[in-house]
Design a protein around this ligand. Structure first.
Ligand SMILES: Cc1cc2nc3c(=O)[nH]c(=O)nc-3n(C[C@H](O)[C@H](O)[C@H](O)COP(=O)(O)O)c2cc1C
Length: 167
C-alpha cells in the first residue's frame, strides 16, 4: 500500500453526506455553513456531532447561542450549498443572498430549511475541543424529514472542485 498523509486518506473517504449547520447571532440573525464531518452519536439521549474549524463564523455563533440546526439537503439545495460552503457569514448574509426557504423550529430560534431532506433541531450539549476543528455535540430536540427526497453526497473533491450526487 502507498503511505500518504492523513489528509490525503481523509479525502479518499467518498462519497460523504454533507450537511448545513445553521445558528444565530446575538440579534437572532441566522447564518450557517456546510460540514462533511458529521455523525450520529447516540440514540438515547439523541445526540448528533459536527466538527467545525475554529476559524469559522458558525463556530462563534454556536458557541454563544448554544443552539444549532443540522440540515441534510437533496439535489435541489445544491446551489445554496455551494454558497454556504464557500463564503463566510462574517462578510455575507447567506440567507438573504440565496433566498433560501426557511421554517420556524419548535424549541429554538435558529430556523429549519423548508426544502431539506432532514432537519435536526439541536440544543448544544457539549463542545469537545479536538484540534484545528472542535466537535459540537447537539442534543436533538426535534427531527423532521421530507420522506420523498433523497440525500445529497459529495462524490469527489479535486482541489476546490466538488461533484455531488443523490442516493
Ligand atoms: C462539501 C463541503 C464540506 C465542508 N466540510 C466542513 C467541515 O466538516 N468542517 C468545517 O469546519 N468546514 C467545512 N467546510 C467549509 C465551510 O463550510 C466553509 O468554510 C464556510 O464558508 C464557513 O462559513 P462561516 O465562516 O460563515 O462559518 C466544508 C465545505 C464544503 C463545500
Amino acid at each position: 500500500m502507498k503511505q500518504v498523509t492523513p489528509r490525503e486518506a481523509f479525502n479518499k473517504i467518498k462519497p460523504e453526506s454533507v450537511a448545513f449547520v445553521l445558528s444565530i447571532d446575538e440579534a437572532d440573525k441566522p447564518s450557517g455553513m456546510i460540514v462533511a464531518w458529521q455523525t450520529k452519536l447516540s440514540n438515547d439521549p439523541p445526540l448528533f456531532g459536527v466538527a467545525i474549524s475554529k476559524k469559522k463564523y458558525t463556530h462563534k455563533l454556536i458557541t454563544s447561542s448554544k443552539e444549532f440546526v443540522v440540515v441534510l439537503p437533496g439535489k435541489d439545495l445544491e446551489e445554496e450549498l455551494k454558497v454556504f460552503g464557500s463564503v463566510s457569514g462574517r462578510d455575507v448574509d447567506k440567507f438573504e443572498g440565496t433566498g433560501i426557504k426557511t421554517e420556524p423550529a419548535k424549541h429554538i430560534k435558529t430556523p429549519l430549511l423548508a426544502d431539506a431532506v432532514v432537519n435536526f433541531e439541536c440544543r448544544l450539549h457539549e463542545i469537545v475541543e479536538t484540534g484545528d476543528h472542535d466537535l459540537f455535540i447537539g442534543e436533538i430536540l426535534t427531527s423532521y424529514i421530507n420522506k420523498d427526497k433523497k440525500i445529497l453526497f459529495n462524490i469527489e473533491k479535486n482541489g476546490d472542485n466538488r461533484t455531488y450526487g443523490e442516493f
